[in-house]
Design a protein around this ligand. Structure first.
Ligand code: EPZ
Length: 417
């Protein structure tokens, strides 16, 4: 396993380019299962999770090739119907193959995702929607088997907002007979990106990006040919990197229109933004002012940026309050932040972050993807050297983060643990 060794205290100055969005790429890769053909995805990030999804598609018989940021999937040969536990347990997003497989082949057998570091994360809403679409579900041995002669359009009210639940059902409904309505749907930009790609291939999806999505089923889809949207969470993470090191970063391809809640909070804390034709310049010259953050479904403050803002608030001039409303256990980074000198108190799903004058380097351990990003940010600002172990968590969702940071003046090196 690798670790990152970061010597903090240096302002980041320079330019980073945002890669394609992980959470758009993963559902788009599963969407290639909906129809035979040579699908092409552009601006695909080189991430551990993308490679895992490629392995899953290959397990299902598809031919997957990634050259740089171009991904091609020939799903004609895909006959497989089973997503095995060995893969699903490493990446929950594997359940996104359920809808496409049962829509195209009438059958799918997918391992139930185990829990994960940030919470139980069941898929009951995915299954409720598939049953409404006419699937017969059989759950045994840790797997769910879904069968249906042909899916039939349905009016589905989701009990809670679920991003991949919305995506799974939108993909399944796109090949159903008749019209479907998804109510209380997730409004994330990644849902819109998927709908755009499917519509370009002949689907008839209306209302993506709103809480009510209408899908008129079609008999078949053409191959996808789609450019993946930029990663708003990667962009937000680099915004905090510029601010926490009191530097100045040009962040190319930053999707500002997808980051209004994050930019709003950073501006409240005193961070400066200067939009450019293809991105934004982010800078800060002083300790941040404290802010209150409550995470929520899009367009609320994204839970995937909660840990990163906490790192920033550890150096604020006062006390900040951060409430996590999406996942029941997404404060795994707090114990590690405390090792760097942070003063954070947790009460239930709320963290009270008292700003410290400084953080000091120490050995810490990554526990999940965004917690790892939080530790990198804190290490960039901490005095001295920080060793972050288990960076495979980081490699799941941040393309070449050590190289991108080094190019902007950070002292980061990757070593074997
Ligand atoms: C997506 O996960 C993202 N992953 C997550 O990003 C992100 O944190 C999350 O949405 C929330 O924005 C991908 O898009 C691949 P949910 P997802 O279904 O879809 C509960 C990252 O760091 N729930 O919106 O799995 C669930 O337990 C990752 O990039 C049910 O109870 O999240 C959670 O508490 C982490 N039943 C809440 O809803 C269900 O059937 C939101 O989950 C589905 C979800």
């Amino acid at each position: 396993m690798d670790k990152l060794v970061i010597t903090g205290g240096r302002p980041l100055v320079g330019r980073v380019k945002v890669s394609g969005a992980k959470n758009a790429t993963l559902p788009l890769m599963c969407a290639t299962l909906l129809s035979p053909g040579r699908h092409r995805l552009h601006n695909v990030p080189d991430l551990r999770d993308v490679r895992t999804m490629a392995r899953l598609l290959a397990t299902l018989g598809a031919k997957v090739e990634q050259k740089g940021d171009e991904l091609s999937v020939d799903s004609a040969p895909s006959r497989g119907m089973e997503a095995p536990y060995e893969l699903v347990k490493t990446m929950r997003a594997s359940v996104l193959c359920l809808g496409p497989l049962v829509a195209r082949h009438g059958r799918a057998r997918v391992s139930l995702p185990g829990g994960c570091a940030i919470g139980a994360r069941p898929i009951d809403q995915h299954l409720k929607g598939l049953e409404a679409l006419g699937c017969k579900l059989d759950i045994s041995g840790g797997y769910v088997e879904a069968t249906a002669k042909r899916l039939k359009g349905a009016d589905i009210s989701l009990d809670l907002v679920t991003v991949t639940g919305t995506e799974n059902l939108m993909m399944a409904a796109s090949l159903a007979k008749g019209a479907s309505v998804l109510r209380n749907a997730a409004r994330e930009p990644e849902v819109v990106d998927l709908a755009n790609a499917l519509n370009a291939a002949g689907a008839r999806i209306e209302g993506a990006g709103t809480a009510t999505i209408t899908i008129h089923g079609v008999d078949g889809l053409a191959a996808l040919d789609h450019r993946v949207m930029p990663d708003r969470i990667e962009a937000g993470t680099y915004m905090v990197a510029a601010a926490i090191t009191r530097g100045e970063l040009t962040i190319a391809d930053a999707p500002l229109e997808h980051l209004t809640a994050v930019v709003g909070k950073l501006k409240e804390a005193g961070v400066r933004f200067q939009p450019t034709p293809k991105g934004v310049i982010v800078s800060s010259r002083r300790a941040p002012k404290p802010v209150t953050i409550i995470t929520g479904p899009y367009p609320g403050f994204p839970t995937d940026m909660q840990a990163q803002l906490m790192a920033f608030m550890c150096l604020s001039t006062g006390s900040s309050v951060i409430q996590e409303t999406i996942f029941e256990n997404r404060f795994m980074h707090v114990a590690e932040l405390r090792r760097l000198g942070a003063d954070v108190e947790i009460t239930g799903s709320t963290a009270l972050v008292k700003g410290a004058r400084k953080l000091s380097g120490a050995p810490v351990m990554a526990t999940d993807l965004r917690a790892s990003a939080c530790l990198v940010l804190a290490a960039l600002a901490a005095h001295g050297e920080t060793h972050i172990s288990r960076v495979y968590h980081l490699d799941r969702g941040y393309e070449r983060i050590d190289q991108k940071l080094t190019a902007a003046g950070a002292q980061v090196r990757r070593e074997k643990e």
